[in-house]
Design a protein around this ligand. Structure first.
Ligand code: NDP
Length: 439
């Protein structure tokens, strides 16, 4: 049932999952008897609220705030907050839906949720960001808690925003508890959380390649995005002997065939919050392709020849024409750090070509998995050493890959990790829902 044009991303995400479930329902008709499909596509709760704040000129500004608490069959709702001008209730619903299956694949006790706002952090002062975050949390705090719903970061929400929101939560409730993840390291954060999604996407690529007798070492890689996920994808690619040659932001793409200068990228994006165009000041030999010069039917970053690709910016950033260009250029591995970055047609091409293709809900699960490790550390009032968290992250990613690959094999399509991820994630949630009765 598609009834709202404002929910196209949600329908896209739901259609992919439901298509993959056909063979499961043929084998296990009891899921029909429990009407699991109709139940799972309906969020348990959706909260929408007004966020008023004052800008530096004293003008009152208003944004929309959202939290969707989609499914709690496996544990407290868990999923990030996105602050971006493009955010609508449909965006948050699609992200929350994906989150249910991703969280299930981690094997950890976490349900699915997501939230955010159409607030645009670009060009805002620290004071404006703080006042917005405080106002956002003033409403959100009523709906979250360390055993009910634990938000984290996403696009536009990093350590600074988590800090401001945590401070306001504490002021309002008087409680110092693990209600948000992605916290600062000296006040409850987990080592390796910042790096986890990017590192995890590379571990997932490594698992896919190892299963084919290959390795990421020596591979030339395309990365899109220049934020949290892209930066730590690039860092781990270097550590494993690969060569990342691109990154991008909303204004343009950098192509540096010598390999992206990671320290400069961090300086530009984490410290200065500047445009990537400034990369050229230090590396005039690199090229910068402004978004106005992208091909009409896609994104410049995917037209560059490479062995592996890591889409790490946003949804639908890789079109069918981009997929064709990647395949024509001999791509062998795609691991999605972003959520649903490839359009449905692009995914079909990757599956037909039987390349190593890791869909976002599996390949980027390392972030939320490490968030759950942060929750575990908070509830035990502990801080684990870096190697303990990283070893667990590696194990979790290897296990996510194994579940997807084993399930794909079980259903007769061994290279189809989209099928494997959707069936394995769904089964865990659906079985818990059945055990818990009609609620
Ligand atoms: P950041 O805000 O840190 O970075 C996002 C990057 O993508 C920026 O470079 C941004 O450019 C670019 N970008 C965002 N929206 C667009 C757009 N509409 N068009 C072009 N470029 C865009 O976010 P993250 O790195 O945290 O998130 C990236 C992706 O990874 C998202 O899909 C997110 O849902 C997913 N993800 C993130 C996790 C995490 O732990 N952070 C966990 C799992 C998935 P600019 O700076 O110019 O806006």
């Amino acid at each position: 049932r598609k009834s709202s044009p404002a929910q196209t991303e949600f329908y896209q995400a739901a259609e992919e999952v439901l298509e993959c479930l056909r063979p499961l329902f043929q084998r296990s008709p009891h899921y029909h008897d429990h009407n699991i499909i109709e139940r799972i596509v309906e969020p348990e709760r959706q909260i929408m609220f007004r966020v008023c704040w004052t800008d530096d000129d004293g003008k009152v500004r208003v944004n929309k705030g959202y939290r969707v608490q989609f499914n709690s069959a496996l544990g407290p709702y868990k999923g990030g907050l996105r602050f971006h001008s493009s955010v609508t209730s449909g965006t948050i619903k699609f992200l929350g839906f994906e989150q249910i299956f991703k969280n299930a694949l981690t094997g950890l006790p976490i349900g699915g949720g997501k939230g955010g706002s159409d607030f645009d952090p670009k060009g805002k002062s620290d004071g404006e960001i703080m006042r917005f975050c405080q106002s956002f949390m003033t409403e959100l705090h009523r709906h979250i808690g360390p055993t009910t719903d634990v938000p984290a970061g996403d696009i536009g929400v990093g350590a600074r925003e988590i800090g401001y929101m945590y401070g306001q939560y504490k002021r309002l409730t008087g409680r110092y508890e693990g209600v948000l993840t992605g916290k600062g390291l000296n006040w409850g954060g987990s080592l390796a959380r910042k790096e986890a999604t990017g590192y995890g996407a590379v571990y997932f690529a490594q698992s896919m390649l190892e299963a084919r007798g290959e390795s990421i070492e020596g591979k030339t890689c395309l990365v899109s995005g220049a934020g949290n996920v892209a930066t730590y994808t690039i860092e781990k690619l270097y550590e494993l002997g690969a060569r990342p040659i691109t990154c991008s932001d909303s204004r343009g793409t950098i192509h540096d065939s010598n390999g992206i200068d990671l320290e400069l990228l961090k300086e530009l994006k984490e410290v200065k919050r500047a445009s990537l165009e400034e990369y050229l000041a230090k590396h005039p030999e690199a090229s910068y392709i402004p978004a106005s010069n992208y091909p009409e039917d896609g994104h410049a970053v995917w037209r560059i020849k490479a062995d592996a690709a890591f889409p790490s910016a946003t949804q639908n950033e890789l079109t069918v024409a981009d997929a064709r260009a990647l395949l024509d250029n001999g791509i062998t591995c795609i691991s999605e750090g972003a959520n649903m970055p490839s359009t449905a047609d692009a995914v079909d091409l990757f599956l037909e070509a039987r390349i190593a293709y890791g869909p976002g809900k599996a390949a980027n699960a390392g972030g939320v998995a490490t968030s759950q490790l942060e929750m575990a550390q908070n509830s035990g009032m502990e801080q684990w050493p870096l190697d303990k968290v990283d070893v667990k992250l590696k194990e979790i990613m290897a296990n996510v890959h194994k579940q997807c690959a084993d399930t794909a094999q079980e259903f007769g399509e061994p290279t189809n990790l989209v099928l494997g991820a959707n069936i394995a994630g769904f089964r865990r949630v659906a079985d818990a829902m059945i055990d818990q009765g009609v609620v």
